[in-house]
Design a protein around this ligand. Structure first.
Ligand code: AMP
Ligand code: MN
Ligand code: MN
Length: 336
């Protein structure tokens, strides 16, 4: 049975939890993106400015295109390398995470926290922490973080402004996706006035691609498939292709948006082979389809126009099953 979403706590309640905590561990989701890391670094900086001890935990490296953010706050592979720093924490704080499964290997560490807090914007988030604020109408978790920091009456310095702006610009596809609102633009304008280095974000995130990445994208796109009456586009990346080109998985960022960019395409599906029996799936829709419903069918979730899941099976099985799920939804939509 589907779990009913808990009522949001207020920003005042979230602020109180943060004011009371002394040592805070911030959790992001796996496959780190600009929104979770931008949000986490801005919050970590705010907390440290208050004299608190705060760290961001992650069981993977920071992707190259985000390394301009305050990565000194990050404890990489914390369970192996930073055991002493994990001790004595009084708050585990999740940002941009729809459910504890999104922490993968750090799930238990989060849930064992003496107190848990979650600030997010995913519609599928039911409120898994002790205290929750899910801004379902916000285009990015960074937008929620901005509102929270403003409600706490804390200063947003240029470094924090740049980090929050990064979250907003990346999660809205440079202010193009349908979740973008007038409020999103008002917040972005305020961040620019706070000193956000928007040009740096543009260059680091969108204009610093490696040759390997450009070549990889070309190879992936050359094999894309259209189906469901041309309404769906699917592409995939295998470990073999990465090895052949000497590329890494973080270099495929943006491929799913290319698929959605095809005229007439409503559904975009991009499959990343992690290993023999694990495939990460990214789903996007353009105007009317609900891809969060498809993500959910495979144990994932997300938003109506952008969702994902981790598929347990081979790349071939993932291709077949995702194709079937999209075709079924399209058939139901086109016949009603
Ligand atoms: P991605 O395609 O990885 O950028 O993810 C698109 C959206 O789906 C993001 O908002 C994610 O938070 C969400 N998402 C991706 N993978 C999962 C998953 N395994 N479970 C729940 N939500 C997910
Ligand atoms: Mn995210
Ligand atoms: Mn997000």
């Amino acid at each position: 049975m589907e779990q009913k979403a808990k009522k949001n706590n207020t920003f005042a309640e979230v602020g109180k939890v943060l004011e009371e905590a002394k040592k805070i561990l911030i959790f992001t989701h796996v496959q780190i993106d600009g929104d979770c890391l931008g949000s986490a670094t801005a919050l970590c900086r705010m907390l440290r400015n208050e004299g608190k001890e705060a760290w961001i935990l992650m069981d993977e490296e920071v992707p190259g295109y985000l390394s301009f953010l305050e990565t000194d706050y990050c404890l990489i592979h914390p369970k192996e390398n930073h055991k002493e720093l994990l001790e004595g924490a009084d708050l585990c704080f999740a940002v941009d995470c729809s459910d504890p499964g999104r922490f993968e290997t750090l799930r238990d560490l989060f849930l064992q926290g003496p107190k848990t807090l979650c600030v997010d914007h995913h519609s599928t988030n039911v409120g898994f922490a002790d205290v929750n604020y899910v801004g379902r109408d916000c285009a990015a978790a960074a937008e929620v973080v901005y509102k929270l920091i403003r409600s706490m009456d804390k200063t947003i310095d240029p470094v924090m402004a740049t980090a929050i702006y990064t979250g907003m610009v990346t999660d809205t596809g440079q202010f193009q996706y349908s979740a973008t609102t007038a409020e999103t633009h008002r917040i972005a304008a305020d961040l620019m006035e706070c000193g956000a280095d928007f040009l740096k974000v543009s260059i680091e995130v969108y204009q610093s691609h490696t040759m390997a990445r450009v070549l990889l994208k070309g190879r992936i796109l050359s094999e894309l498939e259209l189906f469901a009456d041309g309404k769906a586009a699917m592409a995939y990346v295998s470990q073999a292709l990465l090895a052949e080109l000497g590329a890494t998985m973080d270099e495929v960022e943006g491929v799913v948006e290319e698929l959605r960019g095809i005229k007439g395409v409503e559904y975009a599906v991009f499959l990343k082979e992690i290993n023999e029996d694990t495939v990460r799936v990214s789903l996007r829709s353009k105007e009317f389809a609900d891809v969060s419903a498809i993500g959910k069918q495979f144990g994932g979730g997300g938003h109506v126009r952008a969702s994902g899941c981790t598929f347990k099976g081979t790349l071939g099985e993932a291709r077949t099953q995702l194709k079937k799920a999209v075709e079924e939804q399209w058939k139901a939509l086109s016949t009603c």
